[in-house]
Design a protein around this ligand. Structure first.
Ligand SMILES: C[S@@+](CC[C@H](N)C(=O)[O-])C[C@H]1O[C@@H](n2cnc3c(N)ncnc32)[C@H](O)[C@@H]1O
Length: 325
């Protein structure tokens, strides 16, 4: 089937009310490159013509909920510290997910502002991430299960489905029909996906291109390449949507060459040591160091955030909104 001509993407031009860069740096201070990546991703959600706010809504692959919570306008106090939840630090180089861990402390007191819109449902396969998400009180019901199998929602129930994990899942030819099944007529799907050009922006995904550095690039990559299971072009995605009764109503590119290069290298390799160092500080010293650190990162990354966040004609990611016909 021939896809319809793709329209020029338009952002709303509306500014988010909150300083997303500072919010994400406050939440993930030890990984400034991830905060930059996520702050721009959240800005993309804000400036799109539709938001995943109509209920019932689902955050598929919600993880600990932090991204959607902050993207929807939530705010955490400076003494919130994501890294107190990290575990298995000794297995970091064996590619353990150090955030798939729950330290048990109640962190709800760190919520400075609840987002305007909650999600009705969240779904993810990691129980520890559900426990972390529960502290944010942002989802009415969080289901734990495998999104590669039939999702536990009735046909035609949902008005909004947001997901930034589709490319972590096995098969787009299962996912798109599933999306169409759970959406109500006129319901919308909001998808953040890797574009086929994505590896070109990230040296650690190109060991073949830089054989002399292949081992170093593998270390830097830390198995991320293995979790990107598929990438389709915009035209292929539009056609796949159409085949399943989902009309592409908005698209843009984001996460430019500059942002993805910073993200690809970043402080990731130092995570276990940085987290251990931070965890050995008194609460007062930790907070003081964190404040200084976040201010430095905000100053360094602000110009990049401002100049790259609205670039829509290039970038390794696609943000797509489909409407169920
Ligand atoms: C990069 S994280 C994104 C989490 C969250 N959406 C965010 O932006 O922070 C990928 C998430 O996908 C989840 N995930 C991966 N494979 C899954 C599967 N087969 N079924 C359900 N969840 C899955 C992981 O547990 C993890 O929380």
């Amino acid at each position: 089937m021939k896809p319809a001509l793709l329209k020029t993407p338009k952002t709303t031009g509306k500014k988010p009310k909150h300083d997303l860069l500072r919010e994400f740096l406050n939440a993930m201070w030890l990984r400034p490159e991830a905060a930059l990546f996520l702050a721009i991703s959240a800005h993309v959600l804000h400036t799109a013509p539709y938001r995943p706010s109509r209920k019932p809504s689902l955050d598929l692959g919600a993880g600990n909920g932090l991204f959607s919570f902050l993207a929807a306008g939530g705010s955490l106090t400076p003494d919130y510290d994501y890294y107190t939840h990290a575990g298995h630090l000794d297995k970091f180089w064996k590619h353990a997910d150090i955030y798939d861990h729950f330290a048990g402390q109640g962190q709800s007191r760190f919520i400075a502002r609840m987002p305007d819109d909650r999600f009705t449902y969240a779904y993810d396969h990691k129980e520890n991430l559900k426990k972390q998400a529960d502290l944010l009180n942002f989802y009415d019901a969080y289901g734990v299960g495998d999104a590669n199998k039939r999702w536990p929602y009735p046909d035609g129930e949902l008005q909004s489905v947001f997901s930034n994990i589709f490319y972590w899942l096995d098969n787009p030819r299962f996912l798109f029909p599933e999306l169409a099944r759970v959406l109500a007529p006129r319901g919308k799907a909001f998808l953040a996906l890797q574009d086929p050009s994505f590896p070109k922006f990230c040296p650690s995904y190109q060991t073949g291109k830089f054989p002399k550095y292949a081992d170093v690039l593998k270390l830097l990559n830390r198995g991320r390449a293995d979790s990107s299971l598929w990438r389709l072009s915009l035209k292929e995605l539009e056609a796949l949507g159409k085949k399943n009764g989902l009309k592409l109503v908005y698209h843009r590119r984001y996460l430019t060459d500059m942002v993805l290069k910073i993200w690809d290298i970043g402080l990731r390799p130092f995570s276990p040591v940085l987290i251990r160092m931070a965890n050995s500080l008194s609460a007062q010293d930790r907070l003081q160091c964190k404040k200084e650190w976040v201010d430095i990162c905000v100053n360094l990354l602000r110009p990049i955030y401002e100049s790259e966040k609205d670039v829509t004609n290039q970038g390794g990611y696609l943000y797509l909104i489909f409407e169920k016909q």
